[in-house]
Design a protein around this ligand. Structure first.
Ligand code: F0G
Length: 481
C-alpha cells in the first residue's frame, strides 16, 4: 500500500509484519576500509559480518512467508515421482498457464539448458538487453547476443515508462540480415535488469512476438522479474489499470513459446524453472535435465525448496508481494533525486540505480567508474551494493576492454526485508558521499578471472583514495560509525 502524506509525498507501507528477525550490526568506517581492501574492492568478496544493510541483490535474499516455511515442512522427499513436484506443476499451470514444467537449480541453469538445446555456433539471439549469465551461456556455444532496444533505453534520466521495450524496426532488420535459420530465438527479459530494472509494455511484447512468429522464430521469455514488470504495466499502461498482476502475468506468458525464470527473486526461493505449452520443445530440452541438473521431478533443487517455491509461485502475484520492491524503489529513487543525486528514472523494479558517470564525472571510463562508487558507498555506510558497469562486462575476444553502456551502482531491494527507515539511512549516507565525491578516484585490476570476472576478481584503488574518503567520513561522523 502507498499513502500520501499531507505534504503530498508518497510513502510505501509494508503489508507484512516481522515475526522473526536477524541481528545486523554496523562496523566502524576504519574496519570497513580494512574489509573492502581485503575484499579486493569487490563487494561480492565481503563477508556479511562486515555488512550493515545487504543490498547486493534481490536474488535469494528475500523474506519468505510463514506459509512458505510451512511448505518446507510438508514436502515429499522422493527422488523420483515426488508429489511435491506435481503440486509445483499445478501451481505453474494456475499462475503462468503452462502445462509442461521442469525445475533447474537456478536461472542460469535454465539458461544453460536452453542454450544447450537451441543455440548453435554462428547464430544470433536478439534480446531487449543482455543479462550477465545469459550472455555467457549464449556466447559459450559460439553464438552472439544482439541488443536491440530503443536508443532511449540508455538515457538514465528519462520519463519513458517502458525503457525495457525491444525496437520492432531493429528486430525486422535483424531478421532480414541474418535469416530465420541463423536466429536461435528471440529473447525478452522482464523488468530488464541491466537497464536499471526497466519494464517493457504489453503492447511492445505483443508486437515483438507477432513479428517473431511471422518470421517462424522461437520466442523465449526470461521471467525472473515478471511480477514487477506486470505491476509496472498495471500502473503505467493504458488499458491495464483495472487488471490484476496475476492476469497481466498470464497474458505475458500466453504469448511465448518458452518461459524460464530464476525463482530466487519472485518466488523468494533458491531455484528456477523452464515451462512451455509445446510438448515437442519440452521433449528437446528434457534429455539434458538429468545430465546437468537432476532427475525430472526435482531438477537440481531439493524437494523442500520445490515445496516453498510452489507456495511462492502462488503468492508472487499478490500486489503486496509484486509491488513491495517496486514501491520501495520508487520512494528511494524519488528521495535521492530530490536531493540532487543522479539516479535512473523512471524508477523501475529490483533496485535503486545510481548513475555513476554523472555522480563521478571526473573519473575516466578506463578506471571503472561504477566499481569505484560501489566500493565508496560501502566505506561510507556499510551498505553493500553491486557494480553494474564495465567490471560486470566480459572482455572482447581480442582482450580489449568492452565498456558498458551504463555505469550503475545498483542498490537492490530484497522483497519484504528492509524498512523505509533503513532506506532513509542509505539516502543519508549517499548524500554525504555526493558532497565528497571529488575524493573518489578510479580503480585498477589486481587479479582478473577470464569469465564473469565481477564475481571473484580483485581490484585496487588509484592514488589511495579510499584512505582519504575514510578519514573524511571519520572527521564528520566520529570513529564509531
Ligand atoms: N535472468 C535475469 C533477468 C536475472 O536477473 C538473473 C539473476 C538471472 C537470469 C540468473 O539467475 O542468478 O538464479 O542463476 N540475477 C541476479 C541479480 C544474480 O543479482 O540480479 P540465477
Amino acid at each position: 500500500m502507498v499513502i500520501k502524506t499531507s505534504d503530498g509525498r508518497e510513502f510505501p507501507v509494508e503489508m507484512h509484519k516481522a515475526r522473526m528477525v536477524q541481528k545486523i550490526s554496523l562496523i566502524p568506517a576504519e574496519d570497513r576500509l580494512k574489509a573492502i581492501k581485503e575484499a579486493g574492492y569487490n563487494t561480492f568478496q565481503l563477508k556479511t559480518k562486515d555488512i550493515f544493510l545487504d543490498m547486493l541483490t534481490d536474488s535469494g535474499t528475500n523474506a519468505m512467508s510463514d506459509k512458505q516455511f510451512a511448505g518446507f515442512m510438508t514436502t515429499d522427499d522422493a527422488y523420483a515421482g515426488s508429489m511435491t513436484f506435481y503440486d509445483f506443476v499445478d501451481a505453474v499451470k494456475d499462475v503462468l498457464g503452462y502445462k509442461y514444467v521442469m525445475n533447474a537449480h537456478q536461472g542460469r541453469a535454465a539458461e544453460h539448458l536452453l542454450a544447450k538445446t537451441f543455440v548453435k555456433e554462428g547464430q544470433v539471439v536478439p534480446t531487449n538487453y543482455h543479462f550477465t549469465t545469459t550472455k555467457v551461456h549464449i556466447e559459450l556455444p559460439g553464438a552472439k547476443i544482439l541488443e536491440i532496444y530503443y536508443d532511449e533505453a540508455l538515457e538514465t534520466k528519462s520519463t519513458n515508462p517502458f525503457k525495457g521495450c525491444m525496437d520492432p524496426r531493429k528486430l525486422r532488420d535483424v531478421i532480414k540480415k541474418y535469416g530465420k535459420e541463423n536466429i536461435a530465438y528471440v529473447r525478452m527479459e522482464a523488468t530488464t535488469n541491466l537497464l536499471g530494472g526497466q519494464p517493457y509494455s504489453m503492447a511492445n511484447l505483443r508486437e515483438i512476438v507477432k513479428i517473431s512468429k511471422e518470421a517462424g522464430l522461437l520466442t523465449v521469455l526470461d521471467g525472473s522479474l515478471i511480477c514487477e514488470n506486470a505491476y509496472l504495466i498495471m500502473q503505467r499502461e493504458k488499458g491495464y489499470e483495472n487488471k490484476t498482476v496475476g492476469e497481466i502475468v498470464k497474458e505475458m506468458c500466453s504469448l511465448f513459446d518458452i518461459f524460464y525464470m530464476s525463482a530466487r527473486k519472485n518466488t523468494c526461493v533458491r531455484g528456477g524453472c523452464i515451462a512451455t505449452n509445446n510438448k515437442e520443445l519440452f521433449d528437446k530440452i528434457t534429455p539434458w535435465l538429468p545430465v546437468y541438473e537432476g532427475f525430472f521431478t526435482y531438477g537440481g533443487m531439493s524437494q523442500r525448496e520445490v515445496g516453498m517455491m510452489t507456495v511462492g509461485m502462488r503468492e508472487m502475484t499478490d500486489p503486496s508481494v509484486a509491488g513491495s520492491a517496486v514501491e520501495q524503489v520508487k520512494y528511494f529513487a524519488n528521495r535521492l533525486e530530490e536531493v540532487g543525486i543522479p539516479v535512473v528514472t523512471p524508477p523501475g523494479g529490483l533496485a535503486c540505480h545510481i548513475d555513476a558517470r554523472k555522480f563521478l564525472p571526473h573519473v575516466p571510463k578506463e578506471d571503472y567508474i561504477a566499481g569505484a562508487l560501489t566500493a565508496a558507498l560501502y566505506i561510507a555506510s556499510g551498505v553493500r551494493s553491486m557494480e553494474r558497469g564495465t567490471v560486470s562486462m566480459e572482455r572482447n575476444p581480442d582482450g580489449s576492454e568492452a565498456y558498458a553502456d551504463l555505469e550503475l551502482t545498483r542498490i537492490a531491494i530484497p522483497r519484504r526485508v528492509y524498512t523505509v527507515s533503513q532506506i532513509e539511512y542509505v539516502i543519508n549516507r549517499v548524500e554525504w558521499l555526493y558532497k565528497h565525491r571529488e575524493l573518489i578516484k578510479g580503480m585498477k585490476w589486481v587479479s582478473e578471472p577470464p569469465v564473469l570476472r565481477f564475481f571473484i576478481g580483485s581490484l585496487d584503488v588509484l592514488d589511495n583514495w579510499s584512505r582519504e574518503l575514510c578519514d573524511a567520513f571519520k572527521k564528520d561522523f566520529g570513529k564509531n560509525l
